[in-house]
Design a protein around this ligand. Structure first.
Ligand code: ZN
Length: 240
């Protein structure tokens, strides 16, 4: 199984669905992260620091590869053809079975734009007449079988909750790896992430999600398209 998780900034995947990424990677799935921007407009941390932190977090999560599309931070535009094309190119190159997408309804303008941009790219990746190239060769179209939207600053409708209890410590360690963002170290300017209450909020959110499925910690996802079923076996827990 190949899974591609798209984030806007280099810490978004960790904060929103890092537990799911870590869990799938431990299961043996090939998980790839694509960060759309280098976070060069961040209040804290340089792009170089952030790239090092992202690499360390990727190592902790156990992902196969992590890429950065280097699209402009604070300049993401879903209607910008070159930006959409860059994301389509990644989707067609990685050919994921499952795509984890940012929530398009988010008060952060880059997150909102990145969510929409990802959805446009998801659609266009399967359009045969939409041309992209890789190493001078035309890429084949790719239909992503399943797309799941993860939480942003607004909660998604919890259609799916992944039990991440077994890897929750890994998720928190991967978030802490972004020390320029969550450390609140010397000289750091105040942001929602540098606030010492930030990690407890992430933990609380994950506890509430987990509670919905009888787990200690969970991560919620919204389905972009309905699940097709021919019988109800998948709806009933095994052994009941
Ligand atoms: Zn972000």
């Amino acid at each position: 199984m190949r899974v591609l998780a798209i984030g806007i900034h280099p810490d978004d995947v960790e904060i929103s669905c890092g537990g799911t990424v870590a869990l799938l990677a431990r299961r043996g799935d090939e998980v790839v992260i694509l960060d759309l921007t280098r976070g060069e407009s961040s209040t804290n941390g340089t792009p170089e620091e952030r790239a090092r932190e992202a690499d360390e977090a990727a190592r902790l999560l156990g992902v196969a590869r992590r890429f950065n599309a280097a699209l402009p931070d604070t300049g993401l535009r879903s209607e910008e053809p070159d930006q959409v094309r860059a994301v389509v190119r990644f989707i067609r190159a990685e050919r994921p079975h499952v795509l984890l997408l940012p929530h398009a309804d988010d008060p952060h303008p880059d997150h909102a734009a990145g969510g929409l941009l990802s959805r446009h790219a998801l659609f266009l990746a399967n359009v045969n007449g939409y041309l992209t190239e890789e190493n001078g060769r035309r890429q084949e179209r790719w239909r992503v079988p399943r797309a799941l939207v993860y939480n942003g600053r607004k909660e998604v409708r919890p259609d799916v909750v992944v039990d991440v209890t077994a890897v929750h410590e890994v998720k928190l360690a991967a978030i802490r790896a972004h020390a320029s963002q969550v450390g609140g170290g010397e000289g750091a300017l105040a942001t929602p992430l540098s606030d010492p209450r930030f990690l407890p909020v992430v933990e609380s959110r994950d506890r509430i999600a987990g509670r919905r499925v009888g787990a200690t910690f969970g991560e919620s996802f919204e389905l972009l398209a309905p699940l097709a079923l021919s019988d109800f076996t998948a709806l009933v827990p095994p052994g009941t």
